[in-house]
Design a protein around this ligand. Structure first.
Ligand SMILES: Cc1cc2nc3c(=O)[nH]c(=O)nc-3n(C[C@H](O)[C@H](O)[C@H](O)COP(=O)(O)O)c2cc1C
Length: 341
C-alpha cells in the first residue's frame, strides 16, 4: 500500500533519477530507523561455506558502489551483492540507458558498468556496519582491450579480497563490448584458472578463503553451458550465478521499447533463466552451488528456482515492481518443502 504510493511517484519521473531517489529514500528511512523489518522467521543455511540467515539475496547492479549496503541489508536479505565494480571509475554508456516496461514487469538496461571504481567501493565497505555475507561483483573497464581483461579482474580480486565474503566474475553483461566472448571455452578457462591461482595466494596472505564465482548469461547454447560447467569443475570454482539479463526480446516484441538495445530483466526472463539453470545443474551434478536469478516477481517464483535446485536466489527487477515487501514474502515461503525434481 505504502510502496504503491511511493511507486506512483517514482514511476512518474525519469528512470535513472527514480533509481537514485529510491536508494536515497531508503537510506533516509534507514537513518531514522524506519526500516527494521518486523520479526520474520529465518531459514539459515550455508552457501559455499558461508552462513546465511535465509537464501534470498540482492542481485548485483542495484548498489554498484556499495553506497547503500546497510539500508539494503535492513530489508531482510540473507546476503547482498554489490557492483559491478571495475578497477577505475567510468561513466558507463550515454543516457538514456534504463527503460521500464511496467506492463511486463520488466526493465531494459544498457548501463555499461557505470561505477566509481574499486578504491571508492572499498572505502564505502569500510564505513558500513553490515556484518552479513557481502558479495562483490567485478568487471573490466570499457577501455581495457578484451585480450587484457584478466588484468582488470585480477586487480579487482586482489584489492577487494580482504573486504568481500565472495567475489563474482561478471563476464555476462551484454553492455560492455565483447565481454560475453569471455564465456567461450578457452577464454573462460584461462580467466578462471588465473583467478583461482590468485585466490590461492590471497588466501595465504589474508588467512581467509573467499569463494570465487562466475556470472553467466541466459543466452548460452547448450554446448556453451556444457563447456562452462566442465571448466568450473576442472578449476574447482566455488559457485555460479545464473543468470544475467537477456538480449532476446522475443517475449516483449509487442512493446515499443523492444527495439532498445541492452539486457532485458524481470518477468519475461524467468523461463529463459530457469532453462539455463536446469541445464547447468544437470551438467554440474551437485558439484558446485548455483545462485538462481532472473525474473523473480513473487515468492512462488523464488520457491520455483529453489525447487529447481538453486542453492539460493537473488532479486532485482521484482524489487522495483513489487517493492521491499517482496523480500520478506520470499523469506516466508522458504518454510515450504523444497521437493527436488
Ligand atoms: C538496471 C540494472 C543494472 C544491472 N547491473 C548489473 C551489474 O552491474 N552487474 C551484474 O552482474 N548484473 C547487473 N544486472 C543484472 C541483475 O543482477 C540480474 O542478474 C538480472 O537483472 C536478472 O534478475 P531480475 O530479473 O531479478 O532483475 C543489472 C540489472 C538491471 C535491471
Amino acid at each position: 500500500m505504502f510502496y504503491n504510493l511511493i511507486r506512483r511517484f517514482l514511476f512518474s519521473i525519469n528512470e535513472e533519477k527514480s533509481h537514485i531517489y529510491s536508494l536515497e529514500l531508503l537510506k533516509l528511512f534507514y537513518r531514522f530507523n524506519l526500516l527494521k523489518p518486523f520479526f520474520i522467521a529465518q531459514y539459515p543455511s550455508t552457501l559455499m561455506g558461508l552462513e546465511i540467515p535465509n537464501p534470498i539475496g540482492l542481485a548485483a547492479g542495484l548498489d554498484k558502489n556499495g553506497e547503500y549496503i546497510d539500508a539494503l541489508a535492513s530489508l531482510g536479505f540473507g546476503f547482498i551483492e554489490i557492483g559491478t565494480v571495475t578497477p577505475r571509475a567510468q561513466p558507463g554508456n550515454p543516457k538514456p540507458r534504463l527503460f521500464r516496461i511496467p506492463e511486463k514487469n520488466a526493465i531494459i538496461n544498457r548501463m555499461g558498468f557505470n561505477n566509481k571504481g574499486i578504491d571508492y567501493m572499498i572505502e564505502r565497505i569500510k564505513e558500513s556496519h553490515y556484518k552479513g555475507v557481502l558479495g562483490v561483483n567485478i568487471g573490466k573497464n570499457a577501455d581495457t582491450p578484451i585480450e587484457n581483461a584478466v588484468e582488470d579482474y585480477l586487480t579487482c580480486l586482489t584489492k577487494i579480497y580482504p573486504y568481500a565474503s565472495y567475489v563474482v566474475v561478471n563476464i555476462s553483461s551484454p553492455n560492455t563490448k565483447d565481454l560475453r566472448d569471455l564465456q567461450n571455452k578457452d577464454n573462460i578457462e584461462y580467466l578462471l584458472s588465473s583467478l583461482k591461482s590468485a585466490q590461492k595466494d590471497l588466501e595465504i596472505q589474508h588467512q581467509k578463503y573467499v569463494p570465487l564465482l562466475v556470472k553467466i548469461a541466459p543466452d548460452l547454447t547448450s554446448e556453451q553451458i556444457k563447456d562452462i560447467a566442465k571448466v568450473a569443475i576442472n578449476v574447482s570454482l566455488d559457485g555460479i550465478v545464473c543468470s544475467n539479463t537477456t538480449v532476446d526480446k522475443s517475449t516483449i516484441e509487442d512493446s515499443p521499447l523492444a527495439k532498445e538495445s541492452g539486457g532485458l530483466s524481470g518477468a519475461p526472463l524467468f523461463d529463459k533463466s530457469n532453462e539455463v539453470l536446469t541445464a547447468l545443474l544437470k551438467e554440474l551434478d551437485d558439484s558446485i552451488p548455483v545462485i538462481g536469478v532472473g525474473g523473480i516477481n513473487s515468492n512462488k517464483d523464488a520457491l520455483h528456482k529453489l525447487r529447481l535446485g538453486a542453492s539460493a536466489v537473488q532479486l532485482y527487477t521484482g524489487l522495483i515492481y513489487q517493492g521491499p515487501s517482496l523480500v520478506t514474502k520470499c523469506i516466508k515461503i522458504c518454510n515450504e518443502p523444497i521437493i527436488y525434481n
